[in-house]
Design a protein around this ligand. Structure first.
Ligand SMILES: Nc1nc2c(c(=O)[nH]1)N[C@H]1C(S)=C(S)[C@@H](COP(=O)(O)OP(=O)(O)OC[C@H]3O[C@@H](n4cnc5c(=O)[nH]c(N)nc54)[C@H](O)[C@@H]3O)O[C@H]1N2
Ligand SMILES: Nc1nc2c(c(=O)[nH]1)N[C@H]1C(S)=C(S)[C@@H](COP(=O)(O)OP(=O)(O)OC[C@H]3O[C@@H](n4cnc5c(=O)[nH]c(N)nc54)[C@H](O)[C@@H]3O)O[C@H]1N2
Ligand code: SF4
Ligand SMILES: [Mo]
Length: 756
């Protein structure tokens, strides 16, 4: 290989929400190094240890390149034509025999980080026409979509903390020093938090665990899991009772203040303190400090979402941002203005249809639809329960629900009972081993990248497009092509239908929608003219160019100066569109044109919270945690990320360990209503008494997984004990924090002690 030229490619990391710019040096088809891109307009060279793992991920021999078909219980590698022919033989027949609702879909997390999946998964969804759609959103952020949708009009109009200007950050249920931030796209959170303290600001972290993020805060408050809504209500209570609310210019744009004030009345600091485990005086002082801060942002993440009162907590966070006048002002909690795909940049500025849920209900639990989905926690029962409308087939798209959704053991059994299952996935893992056909996408380095979703949640307005680093090899297929092909099959096309024609149809529909849309920059023009202007691009790049050019910074398809995909191609370090700017009332899409501080659906859920206030909570509860060298369930096959000491440990407070007879390294048995697991104990004073913590995404020791490294670092599936019947009723989001559990020393150890 000597003499081969080295080339450096600039590319945004697709692995988490931080969108770091990478400088990837290659020689031929080989990655030489992955470094931070110092010239990236947003990340300025910052990366985390996962970025380097793109090299072994690209080279991983276990990563699938060709389709697998399961016959007589064994997976065989087949050609693409054969894989699609198999789907063509089985899927339409099932649909016509049992109805479209018999085919369910589960969408996983990478679909939010992947241009092709983001733009084409919905094409397949539309083609399948099934109400039975499930996704990782209901084990993650769905409560925030509901609260934001109801308050501001669209589900991605989510305020993000203005990290670079705030003087006071109140952070609940988030550990961005490890997760690198979520619903808050911000590379180098550590540096940005350091900046807050350097300019004399204050950071408060509310978390049952003393995390790395809590370590860098001015104040850490350990809270009983699942009680954030109480704490937040008490902060509202103090701000109202002590007349500290300063809504400023938001007042004329806000409805429902009196209702909120009335609701908060009974949640005084004294009333909530026992439930939260936080002193009433501390709560009162926090409310005063928050209200008095020169600027402040309240931010909550997964710990506030994946809990019993997820929507209420998510709502109260923004109620506080509004009451203190910090919503939509520099240093507060602001709205991004993304270049591509943001619903709050389309339609009529300042008003809209608003956000609705419950347009239909799931068959068994009658859970309301939210964003066109049912709770992932309900998937197993929809497969298991006989009767009209039963799910008989499943399509998974970049998801591993056996490890990521509650009661994984029950779901695994249900998957095995399906008549047919297709997985779009790059690994044969705990979920896809139940599939009949697996269709792999290409290496992340073999595809273009643009973060359509994450730029809508960024702390700065930036647009960055990355070209593929490598061309895919001829016998590989990008996800978008396979999604389009299966969509064609679902619509009655042959398995070898003309892909270009299918894709023209997709972009044509998108163009037609834009031509009709209110306030569209291309309203009234000819579809054919627009299509011609996008040539010769195809696939995701063509759709991206269209969305960019018709977006808020776009060139309106050639009629004004502005961004096009070509502009972004010429600037691989990103285009900086500036700091966040105030957007109220323009960003609102509520029918009233106001911020709805007291949406009726949310108000109607407050009695449930009130009832829980008096509840005594004896016993232990389980929460999760994230780890820097991990990414949910799917990067454990990369040696550089899993080597070292075992990480899938049950954290136990020293006092609890003594009480339970557990020592560091011993095996604990954890039992819940849903199931049972055993895990090695890590005794640590970081976790609060009465609470234990186990990371999710582990548990690779099931037969048939083809991830040679991961099975040697198997760990245990935390979701064996997560309860599939426990979810937030407004959002359908699973309760993954605060699971009631019983803990004991595992039998073998108990026996040993008895013998000694
Ligand atoms: N107990 C507990 N459970 C949790 C959580 C928790 O905190 N505690 N967190 C939840 C959260 S926030 C999330 S987002 C979910 C994640 O839930 P999932 O999305 O279901 O799980 P992932 O582990 O992200 O699985 C991603 C899948 O996509 C595949 N994949 C990766 N890249 C590609 C690609 O380019 N193309 C294709 N086709 N496939 C690809 C991987 O092989 C893997 O199978 O887990 C949730 N589960
Ligand atoms: N390295 C790494 N980075 C990741 C991921 C990963 O798996 N690994 N996953 C990505 C994904 S999909 C997501 S969604 C994001 C999530 O990003 P974050 O929300 O920042 O995720 P966590 O690190 O799990 O932090 C959640 C915190 O909530 C705390 N907590 C648990 N229960 C409660 C409670 O009831 N109340 C309060 N106040 N706190 C509670 C936990 O102790 C934990 O510290 O991370 C993303 N980034
Ligand atoms: S923080 Fe996230 S985006 Fe940045 S390098 Fe790490 S994994 Fe990639
Ligand atoms: Mo997530």
């Amino acid at each position: 290989m000597t003499g081969m030229q080295e080339t450096t490619h600039y590319r945004v990391c697709p692995l988490c929400e931080a969108t770091c710019g990478l400088a990837i040096t290659t020689r031929g088809r080989e990655v030489v190094s992955v470094r931070g891109d110092d010239d990236d307009v947003f990340s300025r060279g910052y990366i985390c240890p996962k970025a380097a793992a793109l090299k072994p991920l690209d080279a991983d021999p276990d990563r699938l390149r060709r389709p697998l078909v399961r016959r007589n219980g064994r997976f065989e590698e087949v050609g693409w034509d054969e894989a699609f022919a198999e789907i063509h033989r089985r899927l339409p027949a099932l649909q016509s025999q049992h109805g479209k609702e018999a085919v369910a879909v589960y969408l996983g997390n990478p679909s939010a980080h992947h241009l092709g999946l983001q733009l084409y998964a919905r094409v397949l969804l539309r083609a399948l026409g099934t109400p039975n759609v499930f996704s990782a959103s209901t084990v993650d952020q769905m409560p925030k979509h509901v609260s934001a949708g109801l308050m501001f009009g669209t589900p991605l109009t989510i305020p993000v903390p203005d990290l670079d200007r705030t003087q006071f950050l109140l952070m609940l249920g988030a550990n961005p020093l490890v997760s690198n931030g979520s619903l808050m796209t911000a590379p180098d959170v550590r540096g940005r938090l350091r900046g807050i303290r350097a300019r004399g600001g204050t950071i408060v972290v509310v978390d049952p665990n003393r995390t790395q993020t809590a370590e860098v805060a001015d104040l850490h408050l350990a809270i009983r899991p699942g009680t954030d809504a109480f704490l937040l209500f008490a902060l509202v209570h103090v701000i109202v009772a002590e007349r500290l609310a300063r809504m400023g210019r938001l007042a004329e744009h806000t409805a429902g203040l009196d209702t909120v004030a009335e609701l908060a009345r009974e949640f005084s600091p004294e009333a909530v303190a026992p439930a939260c485990g936080i002193d009433a005086g501390v709560i009162r002082r926090l409310a005063r400090d928050l209200a008095a801060a020169e600027s402040a942002a309240v931010y909550g993440r997964i710990g506030t979402c994946t809990q019993e009162f997820g929507t209420l907590a998510s709502w109260l966070i923004d109620v506080l941002n509004v009451l203190t006048g910090n919503l939509d002002r520099p240093g507060g909690a602001m709205f991004a203005k993304a270049a591509v795909g943001a619903a709050n940049t389309h339609g009529t500025p300042g008003t809209g249809k608003g956000f609705r849920t419950g347009r239909r209900h799931s068959r068994i639990a009658h859970a309301p639809e939210v964003l066109g989905e049912f709770p992932a926690a309900c998937l197993a029962e929809e497969i298991e329960t006989p009767g009209a409308g039963r799910v008989r087939a499943l399509v998974t798209i970049a998801g591993n629900p056996v490890l990521s959704t509650p009661n994984g053991a029950r779901l695994a059994r249900a998957l095995e009972s399906l008549d047919f299952m297709v997985s779009f996935d790059i690994y044969l893992n705990e979920t896809t081993r139940h599939a009949h056909v697996i269709l792999p996408g290409v290496s992340p380095l073999e595809q273009a990248h643009y973060d359509i979703a994450l730029r809508q949640l960024a702390v700065r307005n930036v647009a960055t497009y990355s070209r593929p680093v490598f061309d895919p090899t001829p016998d590989e297929r990008p996800d978008w092509e396979s999604l389009l092909r299966v969509a064609g099959i679902a619509l009655g096309q042959p398995a070898d239908a003309d892909l270009a024609a299918l894709d023209d149809f997709v972009v044509g529909q998108q163009i037609d929608g834009l031509l009709r849309g209110a306030g569209s920059p291309i309203a009234g023009r000819e579809s054919a003219e627009i299509l011609a202007a996008l040539a010769p691009r195809r696939g995701p790049e063509r759709l991206l160019d269209l969305l960019l050019r018709t977006g808020p910074y776009g060139d309106a398809m050639g009629t004004q100066p502005g961004l096009t995909l070509a502009t972004l191609e010429a600037q691989p370090h990103g285009v900086d569109l500036g700091a966040l700017e105030p957007r109220i009332p323009e960003a609102l899409r509520t029918p009233s044109g106001k911020i709805e501080l007291a949406p009726p659906q949310i108000v109607a859920d407050v009695p449930r919270l009130r009832k829980a206030l008096g509840r005594s909570r004896p016993g232990y509860v389980l929460i999760g945690r994230r780890q820097l060298r991990s990414n949910n369930s799917w990067m454990h096959n990369l040696e550089m990320l899993v080597r070292g000491r075992e990480r899938c440990t049950l954290q136990v407070h020293p006092d609890d360990a003594t009480r339970l007879g557990l020592t560091d390294g011993a095996t604990a048995r954890v039992r819940s209503r849903a199931g049972l697991l055993e895990a090695p104990v890590e005794v640590t004073p970081a976790i609060m008494p009465g609470v234990v913590s186990l990371p999710h995404g582990w548990g690779h020791d099931v037969p048939g997984v083809r991830q040679r490294v991961a099975v040697r670092h198997a760990g245990v599936n935390a979701n064996l004990v997560a309860d599939e019947t426990a979810y937030d009723p407004l959002s359908g989001n699973a309760v993954l924090c605060g699971i009631p559990v019983e803990i004991e020393a595992a039998a073998a150890e108990a026996d040993e002690r008895a013998r000694a």
